[in-house]
Design a protein around this ligand. Structure first.
Ligand code: ADP
Ligand code: ZN
Length: 290
């Protein structure tokens, strides 16, 4: 089977072809310029490969309500020229087969469930901590939607240690306090250049651990995968696990939480390909549900 994935990011788009086992055979990447130019490049890729299904995993916010006049659009993004762009409709112009459309993080959670580190469980929470913070949740291969889609990065996170957030909407939401740009504003240097033992990481682990504890209480995920640029700081993983364990304080009496070994909160299995394979996975879901 030939699955085409489009990973639509604010800085770059990646298009690729995978089979139904998540094996990639081809991929191209190009910078996100104007919608006209960028979407034409995606159309050309689809026309060239003639896939059995297409998946689009997009930056947001996006409209996932099939009854909405703006279904398939990127909606209120501050990215210049990209607000209210009909990304799904544009691909429909050249492709009549099954199309799956979802957030980049829901796609990544689905990809990990099908082919990555969440294959052995029924539910998976995928969080990216990079330029922003976003979360996707998949249960029994279904991505979680609601009014729109989850906006986990914009939840309030309890902290007494910092109040210098960068989110233009909420100031001190999780993304405002713990994204890469938040770290860079607070410490006045690139996050990648903060030394491994810098106090920034203890605070970062606390912010991430507090938020994950809330998400565990709400969603009860069987696995949590943390991706994105900031999580290249792998020393964060054991620190985050400790915060979560302490915060939940034995109340959730499940071995995953009580033991908190390295399997419950961990790095994505699909690595740098998590985004693109997530898009391909959305295509496979659309194919199976056609
Ligand atoms: P995006 O979120 O834009 O898709 P990334 O997930 O790569 O992209 O996140 C980029 C952000 O992650 C940068 O703004 C930077 O602050 C941070 N970052 C990138 N690499 C590292 C690193 N090695 N250590 C810590 N932070 C990093
Ligand atoms: Zn916010």
């Amino acid at each position: 089977m030939k699955l085409c994935g489009i990973e639509a990011g604010g800085t770059k788009f990646v298009c690729g072809i995978s089979d139904e086992n998540g094996k990639l055979s081809e991929q191209i990447s190009f910078p996100t310029t104007s919608p006209e130019e960028t979407l034409k490049q995606c159309q050309a890729f689809i026309l060239k490969h003639q896939p059995d299904a297409l998946g689009i995993a997009s930056f947001g916010p996006i409209d996932l309500n099939v009854n909405s006049p703006h279904y398939g659009y990127i909606t209120t993004t501050p990215k210049p020229n990209w607000a209210y762009v009909n990304i799904l409709g544009s691909m429909r112009e050249v492709y009549a087969g099954p199309i799956g459309f979802d957030t980049d993080v829901n796609g990544a959670a689905l990809g990990e469930s099908l082919w990555g580190k969440a294959q052995d469980v029924d539910s998976c929470l995928y969080i990216t901590i990079g330029t922003g913070i976003g979360g996707g949740f998949v249960s029994n291969n279904q991505c979680l939607h609601g009014l729109v889609h989850p906006e986990m990065g914009h939840m309030h996170v309890a902290t007494l240690s910092v109040s210098d957030g960068v989110c233009p909407y909420h100031h001190n939401c999780w993304e405002g306090l713990a994204s890469g740009p938040a770290l860079e504003k607070r410490w006045g240097m690139k996050a990648s250049e903060l030394s491994v033992d810098h106090p920034a990481w203890k605070e970062e682990a606390r912010l991430i651990g507090e938020a994950l504890s809330t998400l565990i209480c709400v969603l009860s995920p069987e696995r949590i995968l943390l991706g994105g640029g900031v999580m290249h700081q792998t020393q964060l993983f054991p620190m985050i696990r400790l915060v979560v364990k302490e915060r939940l304080n034995g109340y959730i009496a499940h071995p995953s939480i009580l033991t908190m070994d390295e399997h419950y909160i961990t790095a994505p299995g699909l690595g740098d390909e998590a985004g693109l394979l997530g898009a391909c996975a959305l295509g496979l879901n659309a194919y199976n549900q056609r």
